[in-house]
Design a protein around this ligand. Sequence first.
Ligand SMILES: *Cc1c(COP(=O)(O)O)cnc(C)c1O
Length: 400
Amino acid sequence: METTELKSAFQVDERGYYGTFGGAFIPEMLYPNVEELRRNYLDIIADPAFQREFRDLLTDYVGRPTPLFHARRLSDTYQTTIYLKREDLCHTGAHKVNNTIGQILVAKRLGKQRIVAETGAGQHGVATATVCALMGLECIVYMGKIDMERQKPNVDRMHMLGAKVVPATSGSQTLKDATNEAMRHWINNPVDTHYIIGSVVGPHPYPDMVARFQSVISEEVKKQLLEKTGRSTPDYIIACVGGGSNAAGAFYHYLDEPTVRLVAAEAAGQGLTSGHSAATTALGKPGILHGSRTILMQTEDGQVVEPYSISAGLDYPGIGPLHAHLYSSGRGRFFSITDQEAVEAAFELSRLEGIIPALESSHALACLPKLKAASDEVIVICLSGRGDKDLAAYTAYLDK
Ligand SMILES: *Cc1c(COP(=O)(O)O)cnc(C)c1O
């Protein structure tokens, strides 16, 4: 049938799947909340009044469109043409706010008064606390007790923005425990609370909803590239993948353009065989994590493996179901980037272009020497965030 032929093989289907990945594997207690969202999110997002409010905030509050910058000295170094999509110039310093703005507007339209979120390193917590302050909604962020000690500046930011930060004291007192406690809060307060997930992970409809909000990245790249080069499609688009939201946004409008090669950078940490890594596709197998079927790092008997990366934003044992599908189908190409390679790429960009990238984004930059792109090819790199937050990690790495 014509309609099925026209349908993208890389968009979510009606059941919430990307190929064999996705779905909503949730406890029965959570079903009413997720179902309310699933029934309403497409209509809410399609509403012209929603679109107007979302677009106005992206323009006047976030500072979009972010520039597409032709990095000439970096291009010379790799004998090719490289553009940087400057998500580091978004308000709060990274792409995460594109999603939290979208979700808080959805929450308002669902009549919610309170926002709950979990955070690992604190970056999603800060992006959530930011939009809650903007909209005057109550904000509760669950964070592992150990993470609160490790990431004190972000805890201070959330406090200053008026959020309540609740320490998760169970288990390993890190991200997964914060997730469990935030879920429990949501189950107990289904009527007045919305749970803001920070990446293209979790049960359907979260991966699709977050991808739609982040898709503004590739929407802008298409226009900007056309203006600058006369062509709206690059040969490569590269992004780092933690859960995969900046990559989903950067790939979104190119998913069905086979000439555009989609390149994802995963954190290999201290090396793929070191036991200290977060390279999900290289080391993982299919399974269920945080409510969806995806690829995750797990032991023989299915226990989730504790991930490691120098970059807090990539320190996650899974990837979103869209990325699991891109990997399995061969549509996306995945590179494993070590801490060392990422740090070297960060210094290279700083010295060549005067831009200090986030550690996460440095993983995308570190794909450049591995690509072997031709001199007439065009590469777009999603620079997901700025590196101010990572200065201590960069300096400590040098001193080692
Ligand atoms: C959180 C974060 C990431 C990783 O999250 P994704 O959902 O994979 O995009 C990447 N870069 C920066 C700057 C981040 O803050």
